[in-house]
Design a protein around this ligand. Structure first.
Ligand code: MN
Length: 200
């Protein structure tokens, strides 16, 4: 993708005079080498969780209708969505109902990630390359989610379909169900209801 197209789709979908979402600047890309992730709980027309990984200066994004699981036996559908600017990592608030993605957004989890995936010769495979290959393996260090996860592309096309799955490791836990029991913002400690009330 050329520099000129940076965040083109993201910006075309939004009216920044009406929504408080960040516009995103080219200069923000200097922080692009940090490996951060965010999961935003988003009560749009359908409730979902937006999973975003900072890769190559932008937040590569997936919408996960059921949210992430800590159970390695469960695969969660993740639909690829448009790249978001780095600044979106701490966006929490209410998008006006008549705007794209209208509804309440909570920073459900945030943190850093690492990847140690290597090819047959033991050489590290970049996240950019893993994304192109449709098979990303990474370890999350979030406040709610930790340990290994894998994202696997199952369907190309306009909205690529991927699956998110927990890797069997020490942080795997079939009973935890964090999307049901851990319902507060890691940024502000607020519930969806409180965010909606305070940001509208
Ligand atoms: Mn969303």
């Amino acid at each position: 993708m050329s520099q000129k197209d940076f965040l083109k789709t993201y910006r075309e979908k939004r009216h920044f005079d009406l929504s408080s979402e960040p516009f995103g600047n080219e200069s923000d890309k200097k922080d692009g080498n940090k490996q951060v992730f965010v999961i935003q709980k988003h009560a749009a027309s359908t409730l979902h969780y937006d999973f975003r990984l900072l890769i190559d200066g932008v937040l590569k994004s997936w919408a996960i209708p059921k949210g992430p699981s800590t159970d390695p036996k469960i695969k969660r559908l993740a639909i690829r969505t448009e790249d978001h600017p780095i600044k979106y990592v701490d966006f929490e608030g209410v998008i006006p109902q008549d705007q794209y993605g209208g509804g309440t957004v909570m920073v459900w989890d945030v943190g850093s990630y690492t990847t140690d995936k290597t090819n047959d010769n033991g050489k590290a495979i970049s996240m950019q390359k893993q994304l192109e290959n449709g098979h990303c393996t990474f370890q999350l260090k979030g406040k709610k989610l930790q340990g290994g996860y894998v994202l696997l592309r199952t369907d190309r096309g306009e909205n690529e379909k991927w699956l998110l799955k927990k890797i069997k490791d020490e942080q795997a836990d079939a009973r935890r169900k964090p999307t049901h029991t851990e319902n507060k913002s890691v940024l502000t400690g607020r519930t969806m209801k409180q965010i909606t009330k305070e940001e509208t």
